[in-house]
Design a protein around this ligand. Structure first.
Ligand code: UT7
Length: 429
């Protein structure tokens, strides 16, 4: 179920997208002279604009009624306490955080009509990474064929997507990147205890992505607020499997590898920080609450959104986007999925002031203010363009397989015999 909502940014492909873009991407970094840190006399303001967006959720849907068959719960309880009606779940083993992230990333790149090899950096925010390492972002980089991109995971739980946007903005404003692909990808169903009714009814799987580009069009991501209070680390955690409590028979038999949460404490924290972070980011952006056109909050619980953004900030309902009834809490993916749906629903137009605000384990919170400056226009999906894209994806897969095969062949030989006895690049000693 891929979705590429909304549309070609209509920022002229080579003109308005920042001077760095005109110099090309990667390989041309040394030529980038503009930007806040550029040499005297070459100053040209840079902005970080979201120019592509897309999401992907697994096919399988689990409704509240389905959950009634699994744990002691009721549709009425889940609906009235959380607002959630159903969630998508990665049922097939091949559906992983990376595979969902790849499909969301492709959709965002297609929306912006940008080739994967133009991407300088991939940041994957995730609470359910494929492994402790390697990063899910590196697996996504390989799957996308983004051969010129650096890649790393960002761990800030459900606040992670907004944290990652802040990192993307920083890289772009510093002149270090022209295109940053920011992905929130989750398969929380794999780390949820399906016998714990207090948590299993809340979460869902999915991935959302945005492409952030350097631009000389004013606006884009204008301000960010990041926060953390590690004294609440134990309120929402997967206790085992890390270095503090390595996986063992005991951790597995006691369910230490599943999500544990003090729901009431997290609820209290969330209602406070969602309002505070929104206020702070608006202050940084020089905006009043009444100037906000749309808030896209982390989609955890409709009551958290009501008690914070709606009641405390007195932002009217029509200015807040909510879609958690369909997806549950998809952690880092919730804001980008909601963004895609808000665009598709015609809730965002050029000139709008948006706020993304989230909270999560850590404890963490994050908000960003965005001046949406990109026209919403559908990219033309021609047969030729689609064929080119498919060829790009197949070439990426072939390249990856080829590299693996070469490594397998080399691994058959003792290290000394490789390269005529010379050490391999990067080999210690
Ligand atoms: O991205 C961050 C992720 N975390 C969150 O956003 C969680 C924030 N917290 C919450 O959303 C809410 O605290 C919950 C939805 C988790 C719980 O709602 P609540 O209104 O705070 O309920 P509660 O924990 O106070 O529980 C009320 C009752 C309890 O029964 P008793 O003790 O009153 O008899 C629970 O055992 O509801 C019971 N309960 C359930 N009943 C039916 C808890 N879970 C369920 C369930 N179905 N799934």
């Amino acid at each position: 179920m891929s979705e590429q909502q909304g549309q070609q940014p209509n920022i002229p492909a080579n003109g308005a997208l920042g001077n760095g873009h005109r110099n090309g991407s990667n390989g041309n970094r040394e030529q980038r002279s503009s930007g806040p840190n550029g040499p005297a006399g070459a100053f040209s303001p840079r902005f970080a604009q979201i120019v592509g967006w897309g999401y992907h959720v697994p096919e399988k849907v689990i409704t509240n009624f389905d959950l009634e068959q699994i744990v002691d719960t009721q549709d009425e309880w889940i609906r009235s306490r959380t607002g959630i009606e159903e969630r998508h779940v990665a049922a097939a083993p091949s559906e992983t955080s990376a595979s969902l992230g790849i499909l969301a990333g492709r959709a965002a790149l297609e929306m912006a009509d940008v080739n994967p090899n133009k991407v300088d950096l991939i940041i994957c925010a995730t609470s359910s990474p494929e492994h402790i390492f390697p990063s899910t972002a590196s697996i996504i980089q390989d799957g996308l064929g983004a051969s010129n991109a650096g890649a790393f995971d960002l761990s800030a739980a459900c606040s992670g997507f907004v944290y990652a946007l802040s990192m993307a903005r920083g890289h772009i404003l510093a002149g270090d990147a022209e295109y940053v692909l920011v992905i929130g990808a989750e398969t929380l169903s794999r780390i949820v205890d399906w016998t714990d009714r207090a948590t299993c009814v809340l979460f869902g799987d999915g991935a959302g992505a945005v492409l952030v580009a350097a631009s000389d069009v004013p606006g884009g991501i204008t301000a960010t607020v990041l926060g953390s209070d590690g004294s609440g680390a134990d309120l929402l955690t997967v206790p085992a499997g890390g270095s503090a409590m390595p996986a063992s028979l005991e951790t597995v038999s006691s369910g230490g590898h599943y999500i544990k949460m003090d729901g009431t404490a997290v609820f209290r924290f969330a209602t406070r920080v969602m309002a505070e972070a929104t206020r702070q980011v608006l202050g940084k952006a020089g905006l009043g609450v009444d100037e906000v056109d749309l808030v896209i909050p982390h989609q955890a619980n409709v009551r958290i959104i009501q008690n914070s953004v709606l009641k405390q900030l007195k932002i009217p309902e029509e200015k807040v986007f909510i879609n958690l009834q369909k997806y549950g809490n998809t952690s880092t993916a919730s804001i980008p999925i909601a963004l895609c749906e808000a665009i598709a629903a015609g809730r965002i137009k050029p000139g709008d002031n948006l706020v993304f605000v989230g909270f999560g384990a850590g404890l963490t919170w994050a908000a960003c203010a965005i001046k949406w400056s990109v026209p919403i226009a559908k990219p033309e999906a021609t047969w030729w363009r689609n064929t080119q894209r498919q060829a790009t994806y197949q070439a990426a897969a072939a390249r990856s397989m080829w590299k693996r095969a070469i490594r397998r062949v080399y691994s058959q030989f003792p290290a000394e015999s490789r390269w005529g006895g010379r050490k391999e690049e990067g080999e210690a000693g």
